[in-house]
Design a protein around this ligand. Structure first.
Ligand code: SOE
Length: 379
């Protein structure tokens, strides 16, 4: 099998980001499997048809279940709101289709457990699955992981993570599915705190074992699209501290009300002999501090992560020619297709996604009980 037929469910923001990645991964990465953009599934034939034409999909389905019945679809790419993830992923895996599922894996730990179990069953038949925490695949983030693994900053003592957005700072910002617990499962917690938990654990190799948290909803009621107002049933902001299995202290701030900050995912890792700092709003840069540096020239050094030997960069442009947000999705597809071809498990796996879901649940439980809570399964 040198090609893999892809069927994508959903065609909004993530559907558009994934479509550009499916189009670009072949020409730029030449993966062992070439993706064929076979079918786009969307509830509205008219809107899905227009999206398929503009995004490059060969056919349209108005019922995602049809993708599972098609022999020309071997991989299902789930780009729906969170309330669609579990049903589609379990059915697709049980039908023998590889699955890429957007983050967070699910709207609850129970759903994530069912998805991870389906992934285990499917793995026995060589069917692979991945959850789309794409920020691991920013070259600077992968470089940070390599530097930590090489011991370049020594023993990790602190993880300092933020994910700051401001699209809900305005109380007049309209209600949408991301503010509906039944659709999204949670607010900033599942949507963007999940990213910094995955990115922090990926860079350091640590896992969170216990957390102490608080959540806030600053604007409980918002203008509804059809007029009137709608109740916000999720958090606008999540703040929590934690301990890791390797003895580090961690702090996390995820908010959609950080006025003036657009998409500022920031991670600083403090080690016994150095430190690293990354900011998504300057995603081609990694700041590195080495205590061995002579005091006269010590400090955080700016690494422009665009050299051919830097992660993923050899496939793109000459040094100094920057990448963007969309390239992380192309990297994600390249790694997924390579893993499928090699018969290995792509990372992050559904088990990785389940662990993050358990961190999010511990955060919610801690905020409700105003106490420290252990992360299930971390003992
Ligand atoms: C939230 O607005 C959001 O779109 C997240 O859902 C994405 O995962 C993140 O990459 C950008 O911000």
């Amino acid at each position: 099998m040198t090609t893999v037929g892809v069927g994508m469910v959903g065609h909004a923001f993530m559907g558009r980001a994934h479509s550009q990645a499916w189009r670009s991964v072949g020409p730029f990465f030449g993966p062992p499997l070439t993706p064929v953009m076979t079918a786009l599934a969307g509830r509205s034939a008219e809107r899905a048809g227009a999206a398929a034409a503009s995004l490059g999909w060969a056919s349209v389905e108005t019922d995602w279940k049809e993708l599972l019945r098609r022999d020309d679809v071997q991989l299902v790419d789930i780009c729906t709101p969170g309330d669609g993830h579990a049903e589609i992923a379990v059915a697709a895996l049980d039908a023998g289709k590889h699955v890429l599922c957007e983050k967070p894996l699910a709207n609850s730990v129970a759903e994530a457990e069912a998805m991870a179990a389906a992934a285990d069953r499917a793995r026995e038949r060589g069917v692979r699955s991945m959850v789309g925490f794409n920020y691991r695949r920013v070259p600077a983030v992968t470089l940070a992981r390599r530097l930590v693994a090489e011991g370049r900053i020594g023993t990790v003592r602190h993880i300092r993570a933020q994910y700051l957005q401001d699209w809900l700072a305005d109380p007049e910002a309209q209600f949408n599915w991301r503010m509906d617990r039944d659709r999204a499962g949670s607010g900033a917690l599942g949507d963007i705190a999940s990213h910094i938990v995955d990115t922090a654990q990926f860079i350091t190799g640590h896992t969170l074992t216990e957390v102490s948290a608080t959540l806030e909803t600053f604007v409980p009621e918002r203008p509804a699209p059809g007029g009137g107002t709608a109740q916000v049933t999720v958090d606008d902001a999540a703040l929590f501290i934690g301990r890791t299995d390797a003895g580090a202290l961690a702090s996390f701030e995820a908010t959609r009300a950080a006025t003036g900050r657009k998409n500022a995912l920031r991670i600083e890792v403090s080690g016994s002999s150095g430190a690293l700092y990354f900011d998504l709003e300057s995603l081609n840069e990694l700041w590195f501090h080495d205590v061995a540096e002579d005091a006269a020239t010590a400090g955080f050094r700016r690494i422009v992560v665009t050299e051919p030997d830097h992660p993923y960069m050899g496939r793109w442009w000459p040094p100094g020619h920057m990448l963007g947000y969309e390239h992380t999705f192309t990297h994600q597809m390249a790694d997924l297709l390579t893993a499928i071809a090699d018969g290995t498990d792509p990372r992050p796996s559904f088990a990785d996604g389940l662990q993050i879901q358990r961190v999010l649940a511990a955060v919610a439980d801690s905020a409700a009980s105003r106490s420290w809570v252990d992360v299930e399964g971390s003992d």
